[in-house]
Design a protein around this ligand. Sequence first.
Ligand code: 5GP
Ligand code: ZN
Length: 118
Amino acid sequence: MSPSGTSDPNCLFCKITRKDIPANIVSEDDEFVAFRDINAQAPSHVLVIPKEHIRNISEAGDAEQLGKLFQKACQVARSEKLDGGFRVVVNTGDDAGQTVHHVHVHVMGGRRMNWPPG
Ligand code: 5GP
Ligand code: ZN
């Protein structure tokens, strides 16, 4: 359960937050969890999520929380030693390919990233 209380019993990332299903967690605090993507698209591919169940950034009402989420993403990039650069992706909604409807920031690096992303 997140400190602010919202958790969806059917949500995959809420289950990871609650430790109901295992994940390779790289860092955690009261509000956020960072864990390795099960289908990594780069040598380093970490997902950073708030413990609170929020479906996507459009539904996130708390600017401070969103700011902290991106700060956490940058901390992960530092701890992963992505000094040459990294990519942050937030897929939002079906057209963007969001498959897990609990807001998450992809932090990817360790290789040269392509653009446009497709
Ligand atoms: P989206 O497509 O919603 O932006 O990203 C969801 C991500 O979650 C995908 O990159 C996918 O590989 C990852 N993912 C899906 N299921 C699991 C899981 O059970 N564990 C972990 N660690 N990652 C998962
Ligand atoms: Zn959730």
